[in-house]
Design a protein around this ligand. Structure first.
Ligand SMILES: [Zn+2]
Length: 466
């Protein structure tokens, strides 16, 4: 956060005036485009959360903020989408054969957001002032320039059918994504039997390769566990610790009721060249998790995950079998809160700004944007990176451990120049001379398990103390 003195903290501005300024700022931060949580507003204005709460109540009394029946503050105007769609049904637009065909096809396929897509497509046609059927011309050389023109008008905020606040803030608008509109055009063409070749009708490809680089170092993981515990309590720290280890999707993380099985084995840490035999008793946990079906087609089923780091093992020892790993009543609340805590951690680690407004202004296709918008995605990628490091970059082993099929998994298998230079490095048996402890590597999983079971000693250290 910047060090400048906030107006209401300025000793020269007194009482009522300071209160007025503070209240005005709280109002701004509550409403679009900021829509900040009370917690983040508190940070921005350097006041407690309860102070912000009281100011918001005052604003409600002043008639500047509205509340819903349940007393929650309404941040944005109610979604006008439904009425927009209803308006459309009165127009010529929904009498056009190709639009009817598209709508019926979307409904048959049970596409939930079909009204949203149709309204978006209507906005595209209105903005460009064209008949929908121009998108059905079987020549992308005709269609692509129209799409480009729409994107340009959209970025300039010149689409008349968008929300007002888009036009008010040109910088924000220039960074907004017209993806939803492009998707509507694609869907319209496809469901009318048209073909779209790869590379046509795309804005920019999602930089999966870039985002897949997201990872936490070993130290960041440990700092994260401490940060979560100190600031948000043990439960949040446990969730974070297990997520690091399991890398499951957030829904699975909060719905799973894993069954844990403790496994004890003694490994021989030495090889044929060592004079002493290093017998190392090792323990780890096998977690059996039932994955609920995600789509109608998939059946769901059991899968297995392994818990091997000391911190995560300690968490498991406190958990009950076949119970959720948290006490949240609502999965949605759990997810929202976890995402927010992760953003706070990333800010604490210096990965993103601590200022929530800066956070909202990151450009898409940058790492910082990914950290802010997909904090749990960062955790999943980080888990895969860690598994790659502890298995000697064994992609097929990782794909077995990770269980869930991930299209990004093949990206991890691609070794960088840096990876190639670290082949054969192992924190247990061959610690590198310039050891990078932030990202420990092991030549195989067995050496990683031995290391994690022996307080992080290398083989040499173990032999010396044997
Ligand atoms: Zn090794």
């Amino acid at each position: 956060m910047s060090n400048e003195i906030l107006l209401w903290d300025n000793p020269r501005i007194k009482g009522e005036q300071a209160h007025k300024l503070l209240k005005q700022r709280v109002l701004e931060l509550t409403l679009p485009p900021h829509n900040l949580t009370r917690e983040n507003i508190a940070k921005m204005v350097n006041r407690s959360i309860s102070k912000v709460y009281h100011l918001q109540r005052e604003l409600v009394e002043d008639g500047k903020l509205q509340t819903s029946q349940s007393g929650h503050i309404i941040k944005a105007k109610p979604d006008r989408l439904a009425s927009k769609y209803a308006d459309l049904t009165q127009t010529q637009f929904l009498q056009i054969e190709s639009v009817i065909k598209w709508r019926d096809s979307l409904k048959r396929a049970e596409v939930k957001k079909y009204k949203y897509m149709i309204v978006n497509f209507w906005k595209v046609c209105k903005t460009l002032d064209v008949h929908p059927d121009v998108f059905l011309i079987d020549d992308m050389n005709e269609v692509n320039p129209l799409v480009d023109k729409f994107i340009q008008l959209f970025k300039e905020g010149k689409t008349h059918y968008l929300k007002n606040n888009a036009v008010k803030d040109p910088l924000r608008q220039s960074k907004a994504s017209p993806q939803a509109y492009i998707e509507a055009i694609r869907s319209f063409i496809r469901r009318n039997g048209g073909d779209i070749a790869d590379g046509d009708l795309v804005i920019r490809r999602k930089p999966v390769d870039l985002y897949a680089k997201a990872k936490l170092s070993d130290n960041q993981r440990l700092k994260g566990i401490r940060f979560m515990k100190e600031n948000f309590g043990e439960e949040m720290a446990n969730i974070f610790t297990l997520h690091n280890e399991l890398g499951v999707r957030t829904t699975t993380l909060f719905t799973m009721k894993p069954r844990f099985e403790k496994i004890t084995r003694t490994f021989d840490g030495s090889d044929e060249n060592d004079k002493v035999r290093l017998q190392v008793p090792c323990t780890w946990y096998k977690a059996t998790i039932f994955e609920q079906k995600q789509q109608k087609a998939s059946k769901g089923g059991y899968f297995e995950k392994y818990i091997i780091t000391p911190k995560a093992k300690a968490v498991v020892e406190k958990l009950k079998d076949e119970e959720p790993i948290h006490n949240y009543q609502s999965i949605k609340t759990a997810k929202d809160e976890y995402n927010e805590r992760l953003r706070q951690l990333f800010a604490h680690l210096g990965m993103i700004s601590t200022n929530p407004i800066d956070q909202k202004n990151y450009e898409e296709n940058t790492m910082k944007w990914f950290y802010v918008h997909y904090p749990t995605g960062v955790m999943r990628h980080s888990c895969v990176h860690w598994l790659m490091r502890i298995t000697g970059n064994n992609a097929s082993a990782v794909s077995t451990l990770f269980w869930e099929k991930s299209e990004t998994l093949k990206i991890y298998a691609k070794q960088s120049f840096d990876d190639l230079l670290q082949i054969n490095d192992c924190a247990f048996c061959r610690p590198p001379i310039e050891s990078d402890k932030r990202f420990r590597r092991f030549c195989n999983l067995k050496h990683a398990i031995i290391f994690y079971n022996n307080g992080g000693k290398s083989k040499k250290e173990m032999i010396q103390s044997a």
